[in-house]
Design a protein around this ligand. Structure first.
Ligand SMILES: *Cc1c(COP(=O)(O)O)cnc(C)c1O
Length: 396
């Protein structure tokens, strides 16, 4: 029999299971087997699966109007942009279909800002090891991971990669006349679920102010309530960015993203500078407005912080009871995980065999990014399964 996957470009290697339905934090296969989903499409299904408010919004919009392109006004986009600018540092929003495109818009906006201010030599985007910003040519050059660049032609000029935590190199790079922006994830996702210390975020803001650089936060994974604040940088006073990229949780599974900017960084993006056929279309905006209303809410975020505490405790006791295998707990809020002493790929498989879905990330991290709507009960179920899997697990 032929492999049903034979015509899929083999850039992923998924397990055998095929999920056909979701309900809250659970996924179901064709034969009805239930899995607890603690990865949520990589931090995407913020409200879990098939949330009635999202389903209603999408159904309702689907019967009215799908698409007009940005040749025409989209009421839902205007409404959502108003809410975003009401609740964040931003004055301008560009809607995209993905996180990568939000990054592209951020890089272009930062360079355009300098160009419009007569500093066209300022093109360098400064990033750090362990970064992940997406898969377009611009984004892989920003990320700088050699594995993702290999085979795709020469590295593009205008990107500077520094060792995470190398303050001297950063000071030197920021002072160069070609420096344009610092681009950083306040909590690294793919790189190993690693939170940047508060002091470093404040330090970055100061450094950017000192040299006239644009500070860009990639909150595609760590934003939208994932750490218990609307955006991860909201934990830190004095660390507001000039540009922020959002995606993943912002659409809850409907593919869209957003590039948020201050007036100064957004005002030079004029007709002809940028665009997107689908970005901010009526379907995406119908879902996006509902999700924003739910997540950008103090009570909702307080509950995320509370359940994050329960999960952190659970992970801490797992680390305590398996000191031979677990190095410690990492991450922030509901973007968290266990740093392991060996490659956790087979541990991820063991969890799946026990009906728990988790992820992995760089530097031997077993990554968790459950829906934000989980309860203590779901946390207990997950940590119970992880405990059993850890006991069984024999690292390679
Ligand atoms: C997932 C991710 C991206 C890319 O988003 P896509 O929607 O896959 O294009 C960019 N930055 C970070 C931090 C991410 O986690």
């Amino acid at each position: 029999m032929s492999d049903p996957r034979q015509h899929i470009m083999p850039v992923y290697r998924p397990p055998e299971e095929v999920f056909v339905e979701g309900q809250g934090p659970y996924l179901f296969t064709e034969d009805g087997t239930r899995y607890l989903d603690f990865i949520a499409g990589i931090a995407v299904n913020a409200l879990g699966h098939a949330h009635p408010a999202m389903v209603d919004a999408l159904r309702d919009q689907a019967g009215k109007l799908w698409h007009t392109s940005n040749m025409f006004r989209v009421r839902g986009a205007e409404e959502l942009a108003d809410k975003i600018c009401r609740d964040t540092f931003a004055d301008r929003v560009f809607f995209t279909n993905s996180g990568t495109e939000a990054i592209e818009c951020a890089i272009k906006s930062a360079r355009k800002y300098h160009w419009a201010n007569g500093r066209e030599e300022r093109i360098d985007i400064i990033t750090f090891t362990g970064a992940f910003h997406g898969r377009s040519l611009g984004a892989i050059n920003a990320g700088g991971n050699p594995k993702y660049l290999e085979g795709f032609g020469p590295a593009l000029p205008g990107f500077v990669h520094l060792e995470w935590g190398d303050h001297e190199a950063l000071k030197e790079a920021a002072a160069r006349p070609t420096a344009a922006a610092v681009l950083v994830e306040p909590v690294q996702g793919e790189g190993g679920v690693r939170a940047m210390p508060d002091q470093c975020l404040i330090g970055l803001r100061k450094l950017c102010d000192e040299h006239g650089l644009v500070l860009i936060f990639d909150e595609v994974q760590c934003g939208m309530g994932r750490t218990g604040k609307l955006f991860a940088h909201d934990w830190v006073e004095g660390a507001e960015p000039d540009i922020l990229c959002a995606a993943k949780g912002i659409g809850g599974g409907f593919p869209f993203g957003a590039c948020l900017t201050t007036e100064a960084c957004g005002e030079h993006m004029q007709p002809g500078s940028h665009g997107s056929t689908y970005g901010g279309n009526p379907l995406a905006m119908a879902v996006g407005n509902v999700i924003w209303d739910m997540i950008a809410n103090d009570d909702f975020l307080a509950e995320v912080r509370r359940v994050s505490g329960t999960l952190a405790q659970g992970l801490k006791s797992l680390a305590d009871s398996h000191p031979d295998k677990v190095e410690g707990v990492t991450g922030k809020g509901l973007l968290t995980g266990l740093k392991m002493k060996a490659d956790p790929k087979s541990l991820q498989g063991l969890c799946r065999d026990k009906n728990l879905l988790v992820g992995v990330a760089g530097a031997n991290v077993l990554r968790l990014a459950p829906p934000l709507i989980i309860s203590d009960e779901h946390v207990r179920e997950a940590t119970g399964i992880m405990d059993a899997a850890l006991t069984e697990w024999e690292p390679a």
